[in-house]
Design a protein around this ligand. Structure first.
Ligand code: J2J
Length: 539
């Protein structure tokens, strides 16, 4: 087995270790530690299940043995596509125990995305739930294995049908579990928001990721008395690590998995489990603010509501304390690394007006103009960052690496921010052309590519438009060829492509032509900006 690596320069790595950011822990070793300290503490609640730390570890070990007995080899990558069910945790800790490398897909992903992750990660396995939200993932697994034959093993949580199910894995008696990982190894591959083209894979090490969620748990003041509600899909980096389910388990807190983030599903769980903290994207926070005043469920246990993934506007932010009676924490993070938080004891103005400051003193932040020079303090510029939990390279993607990282290892976030005198960041917008639809990032380019595959589409440009509820919605400007299709038909066709549903354009506008300059075609970026500006002026 050749473990995947994420390379920080040796002197940086040495500094991060000496400063105690990287402590040599792994996912397996920290779970072991909790089992020793608090074996019978309920760690995971979801559906009917209430698992103690001992049970979680025992289940993970059984899965680890079963997967190795099935034929996986340590080092193999396994795409994991599970909703918010307890098995998400037993499966991923099982993978870590077997030294297999999870690749996290969202429940919304479909054939095109999963096949892309499987190919890019060279995955040998795919673990799905039988069913979620009315969708049968076994059908998707059939399609993916037909398209990517290297995916040899599918395991289903629930009834497996043609595939083995988690409950009927071989017992693996006699299978010797491998030694624990080197903490500097890549533990898993996370999915990028995908600002250009298809999503990139983000290799995160035990050292760096555990530091980020351990420090996050401290910032959020988690303790064994805390109860974290995973309302957003746990495969997302935010509910996974900021502090998310892993930060909560690290702190010995209890995690509760909500099947959906809607007030109808989440409020009764908050009341029953006495939830103290949860995280939402802005549109869901708005729904909660709307539903809370008339709910019959007791939400008084809630101490902290985190909001992140997209900009939470100050007018909405101001309503959180009066309506929900808890502290708002703004979270501005990215799966590539850097996470900013407002602190729980910050003055209201900072909590309402800013997206927080970095986790770590070792997070290096640059705010540069387009020519690469630092902007005067307090002015808006492009955010670049490097530090003890920000990656230096994507997995297997030289082109993206050349664009996204500077030669001295800074990650170009694509976000445009200002810094306050206190060192807090205020997100102004972004330089890259993606749509942040309720926290889901959609690449304009990826959607344009699909639209161009339709016989009646001559050209397409996809832009974000402001949306009162979603924050941003996607709008496709289309030049038709031949007979102009109906917008609804075009959307329906997009739905058949095997893409996550959130990528289907919210709005379609037909235009006769795109502008060109005297010199020739304008850049796609300018074209999108112009279309967007003119459309908004007309409204
Ligand atoms: C404005 N834009 C934001 C915010 C993220 C914690 C929280 C969120 C993510 C996440 C995450 C924003 N205001 N509060 O991984 O650990 C936009 C920025 C950023 C991009 C990253 C975490 N919070 N954003 O959203 O990888 O544009 O991570 O660069 O999905 O979301 O998206 P993603």
């Amino acid at each position: 087995m050749i473990p995947l690596r994420q390379v920080w320069p040796p002197e940086c790595a040495a500094r991060y270790r000496a400063a105690g950011y990287w402590r040599g822990e792994t996912f397996t070793s920290f779970l072991r530690q909790r089992v020793r300290e608090m074996p019978d503490h309920i760690a995971v609640v979801g559906g009917e299940a209430r698992w103690t730390f001992v049970e979680l570890e025992a289940r993970a070990e059984r899965i680890a043995r079963g997967l190795l007995a099935l034929g996986f080899q340590p080092g193999d990558r396994v795409v994991v596509q599970l909703p918010n069910i307890p098995e998400f945790l037993s499966v991923v800790f099982g993978l870590f125990r077997a030294r297999l490398v999870p690749v996290y897909a969202l429940p919304a992903h479909r054939q095109i995305e999963i096949a892309h992750f499987a190919r890019t990660a060279e995955a040998r396995g795919y673990i799905v739930a039988q069913n979620h939200d009315g969708f049968d993932y076994r059908t998707l697994a059939q399609q993916v294995t037909a398209e990517v034959p290297a995916v040899e093993h599918v395991v289903v949580v629930g009834e497996g049908g043609d595939f083995p199910s988690l409950d009927t894995l071989p017992s693996g008696e006699g299978v010797v579990l491998p030694e624990d990982a080197d903490p500097s190894e890549v533990a898993f591959l996370q999915i990028s928001g995908g600002s250009t083209g298809l999503s990139k894979l983000i290799p995160r090490t035990h050292d760096d990721y555990i530091y980020s969620f351990r420090a996050s748990a401290e910032i959020c003041q988690l303790s064994p008395d805390s109860v974290y509600l995973a309302a957003l899909p746990v495969a997302h980096n935010f509910p996974m690590s900021s502090p998310g389910v892993f930060g909560a388990l690290y702190a010995g807190s209890r995690i509760v998995l909500a099947p959906s983030p809607s007030p109808e599903a989440a409020f009764p769980l908050i009341a029953r489990e006495r939830v103290t903290i949860t995280g939402l994207v802005p549109p869901l926070a708005l729904l909660w603010l709307q539903a809370a005043p008339t709910t019959t469920h007791d939400l008084s246990s809630l101490q902290v509501l985190q909001v992140g993934g997209a900009k939470f506007l100050p007018e909405s932010a101001r309503r959180v304390r009066p309506v929900l009676g808890c502290t708002l924490q703004q979270v501005f993070g990215m799966a590539e690394g850097l996470v900013n938080y407002t602190r729980l004891d910050d003055p209201d103005e900072i909590i309402v007006e800013t997206q927080g400051r970095p986790i770590s003193d070792a997070d290096e932040v640059l705010i540069l103009d387009d020519a690469g020079h630092p902007v005067p303090e307090g002015e808006a510029g492009n955010l670049l960052t490097r530090g003890p939990y920000t990656i230096r390279a994507y997995h297997n993607n030289d082109g993206a690496n050349a664009r996204a990282f500077t030669p001295d290892g800074y990650y170009r976030t694509g976000d445009v921010v200002k810094r306050t005198p206190e060192g807090y960041l205020v997100v102004q917008g972004r330089a890259s052309d993606h749509i942040n639809r309720a926290g889901e990032k959609i690449s304009a380019e990826e959607i344009e590519d699909h639209l161009l595959g339709h016989p009646s589409v001559f050209d397409a440009a996809v832009v974000s438009l402001p949306d009162a509820f979603l924050g941003e919605r996607s709008c496709a400007f289309i030049i038709a060829q031949g007979e102009k299709p109906k917008a609804a038909a075009l959307k329906a066709w997009m739905r058949t492509r095997g893409l996550a549903d959130f990528k289907v354009p919210d709005q379609i506008v037909f235009v006769d032509a795109f502008e060109t300059t005297a010199v020739g075609k304008v850049s796609r970026k300018e074209l999108r900006a112009n279309l967007r500006r003119r459309f908004l002026e007309q409204e």
